[in-house]
Write a protein that binds this ligand. Structure first.
Ligand code: HEC
Length: 141
């Protein structure tokens, strides 16, 4: 009896985690992003060393789309920024974006030929990853 109840509790805790996103799981998930993205704070300290194919993802939650001044974004993300000047990244929007960046850009712009320069798609553990990025976003609301 008690063991069964414990098992149910564990299952519940697991489900709750999956929904809210676990930043520690997300940290290891970020290995998939590192080839293209670094996380480097405003003082130039590396939180995660990574490539420069994509923009630095420090402080992404709470920031507008295309938030790094020194990065050359593609037309798709720039069009989203123009269409939605008040938009800021949330964990939910990050989950949607990393699942299918080009589909996300098309939905936001209403232009079915728009695309994101990011061709990588993450099809599992997106919420964990978003929680990890939120943990590295000190200015997030
Ligand atoms: C193969 C390279 C590559 C990989 C792997 C990759 N990205 Fe990207 N990412 C890009 C590029 C390139 C852009 C710029 C997109 C554009 O300008 O259209 C981008 C843009 C982004 C943006 C928008 C940033 C902003 O300033 O608005 C986010 C968020 C993002 N990536 C998150 C991730 C996450 C999280 C992962 C890991 C799951 C990941 N990316 C993996 C190349 C990559």
């Amino acid at each position: 009896m008690i063991r069964a109840a414990a098992a149910i509790l564990v299952a519940f805790a697991g489900a709750a985690h999956a929904q809210a996103g676990d930043p520690e799981q997300g940290e290891s998930e970020f290995r998939k992003c590192r080839s293209c993205h670094m996380i480097q704070d405003d003082e130039g300290r590396d939180i995660v060393r990574g490539g420069r194919v994509g923009p630095n993802l420090w402080n992404i939650v709470g920031s507008p789309v295309a938030h790094q001044d020194d990065y050359r974004y593609g037309d798709g993300l720039l069009a989203v920024r123009e269409a939605m000047p008040d938009f800021v990244w949330t964990e939910e929007e990050l989950v949607a974006y990393v699942t299918d960046p080009t589909a996300w850009v098309r939905e936001k712009t209403g232009d079915d030929r728009a695309r994101s320069k990011m061709t990588f798609k993450l099809n599992r553990n997106q919420a964990d990853l978003a929680a990890f990025l939120a943990a590295n976003s000190p200015d997030a609301p």
